[in-house]
Write a protein that binds this ligand. Structure first.
Ligand SMILES: [Zn+2]
Length: 231
């Protein structure tokens, strides 16, 4: 039986600063089947960077004809600076390290499916959101990872300036390189606001992308996965 404890960043920092206290503690707990990891979701924006980005946002708003001194817009530039740091925080996270932080030896060699992983990303052509669901399957080859880690990997790649096609491939490659499974398949279904609010203005269109390796080259294996995510 394995338990997993996720520490908030603040608690982690305190423990990590106590020389090797954190390390010894996590080693001790691991022996008893308790894995200690860090919650990278906790996010503190860099205030200086927010002000710097804010200055540019103020220029953009002014160029668009806005009066940036009016009440409603006063704090907007810095707020946008903080929001965009959050929306791109995936650049500062290491998805392979996240998978490796919960890696277990296991003989299970059937398909593992994590479906309906919600994500929000930014299209790199317009900096408008695209969002939807990611479905991930892999067939272990001696190693499995914590299921929440798969969702975290999706998040790391989503929180960047992206195109859906590349995001699909990056998630696949990350899992393939880290777990070395018999195969990985990733399917992403998303709505793109740059298609809905502007351009062709097709509000209900969904874009689907997929990529796979190894065992998923067999059509029956792909079909099994597709059936599982539709169910
Ligand atoms: Zn776009």
């Amino acid at each position: 039986m394995t338990y997993e404890i996720t520490l908030m960043r603040g608690v982690y920092d305190i423990l990590a600063h106590g020389t090797c206290v954190y390390y010894l503690l996590s080693l001790l707990l691991r022996r008893n089947g308790i894995i200690v990891t860090m919650d990278l979701q906790a996010f503190t924006p860099d205030e200086g960077l927010a002000r710097e980005i804010g200055g540019h946002v103020r220029t953009i708003l002014t160029e668009l004809g806005e009066d940036v001194s009016r009440e409603g817009l006063k704090k907007t530039p810095e707020r946008v600076g903080k929001a965009f740091q959050y929306l791109t925080k995936g650049y500062r996270e290491d998805p392979e390290a996240i998978l490796r932080s919960a890696l277990f030896e296991e003989d299970y060699r059937q398909m593992v499916v994590v479906r309906d992983i919600d994500f929000y990303s930014l299209c790199e052509h317009h900096l408008l959101p695209f969002f939807g669901k990611a479905h991930v399957a892999y067939i272990p080859n001696g190693k499995i990872t914590g299921l929440s880690k798969i969702a975290r990997v999706v998040d790391v790649f989503a929180r960047r300036c992206q195109v859906q096609e590349r995001m699909t491939t990056q998630i696949k490659d990350c899992i393939q390189n880290t777990l070395n499974p018999l195969g990985v398949m990733v399917v992403i279904e998303a709505e793109h606001l740059c298609m809905q609010m502007r351009g062709v203005q097709k509000p209900h269109s969904i874009t689907t992308t997929s990529d796979f390796t190894g065992a998923f080259n067999r059509q029956e294996t792909r079909e099994e996965f597709l059936k599982l995510i539709k169910g």
